[in-house]
Design a protein around this ligand. Sequence first.
Ligand code: LCS
Length: 399
Amino acid sequence: MKKDAKAGFATRAIHAGMRKDTVYGALTAPIYQTSTFIFKDCEQGARRFTCQEEGFIYSRLGNPTLMMLEDKIANLEGAEAGLCFSSGMGAISSVFWTILKAGDHVVADSVLYGCTFALLSHGLARYGVETTFVDTRDLAALKKAIKPNTKMVYVETPANPTLKIVDLDAIAKLVKGVNKDIMCVVDNTFATPYLQRPIELGFDVTVHSTTKYINGHGDVIAGAACGKLDFITQVRLFGQKDMTGSVLGPQEAFLILRGLKTLQIRMERHCATAMEVAAYLDKHPKVEKVHFPGLKTHDGYEIAQKQMSGPGGMISFEVKGGRKAGAQLLDNLELCSLAVSLGDAETLIEHPASMTHSTYTAEELKEAGIPEGLVRFSVGLEDAADIIADLEQGFTHVK
Ligand code: LCS
């Protein structure tokens, strides 16, 4: 589309990927609520199945509403192609099934979303795929972990839940230097393509839980993957079509298209409010440590400055007194909701060790450097003063 070619991020978030409705001229994306598509004749059906003719066949293989969303996300990520899924885990598992087979090896960072960690350590392990978990900030350790049968390097940055930052450019250079065929895959959920575009930094694939900031309104579970057209086509026609069947519905795609129109202004607000909240927490006498890439004291601050255009809206922190003190805070907040998930208009707060990361054993949490008492905070779009006032009253309950 001409409108997309050199336009800015906000413009592309609204216009990229959209097709004109030539029948009625609808402004927004029509919801093609259909499982299947009628062929003119047998010849056409056969041509579509052999990819000799473009067009839709069956909504597990593609759907016009999804196509607009897929093209939009790919455009925002600076990728050749994108693909949507019925959850972030659907995206991650479909990508894994496409890249990996029995006998292969993965190097993954030790700090990952709990279910991704479980998929690698418990799930794929059952099918003969071995994973070595390392701290990928340590490039020497990463290099040492790569084996002749390594097929994928997998990281999150900022990572869930510690907000650890890893250097995408340095990792891609190192891995490709050892073996250019190793796929570098990153979960870009926390940053979104507005703040960070890993493909421009040498990564092959980005995956997302679009449940989070990309949709942004807490009303959809969905995922996405972006990369080279060849690879994304393999994911579409194997990882997703045959292995996971994790297909997004057109209604959800419509909601995400709607959410994406405001991604830039939402992210700017999330970042600004998170800066204020992090500064407040950093000075609080009952807080032991704040993990936020926008604070100069964060060990990933310099890398975040280099590879992200803002710190994001996620903060984690440790309350003095550990898990018990953290629970006293969480149980007494009124505006902030005690709930998992993130990236919504509503501020959400949770305890990773007992909730999102309960797939890690106590020992694995320790090895990964995820503190038992860590509290994770998804800063919403409310007024910063109201969020801080709620924390202030919550802290009075911490004894
Ligand atoms: N990747 C990251 C970084 C995530 O945080 C999540 C979900 C996923 C992938 C999986 O996405 P889903 O299948 O849920 O769309 N994270 C959650 C969390 O931290 N709390 O609840 C879910």
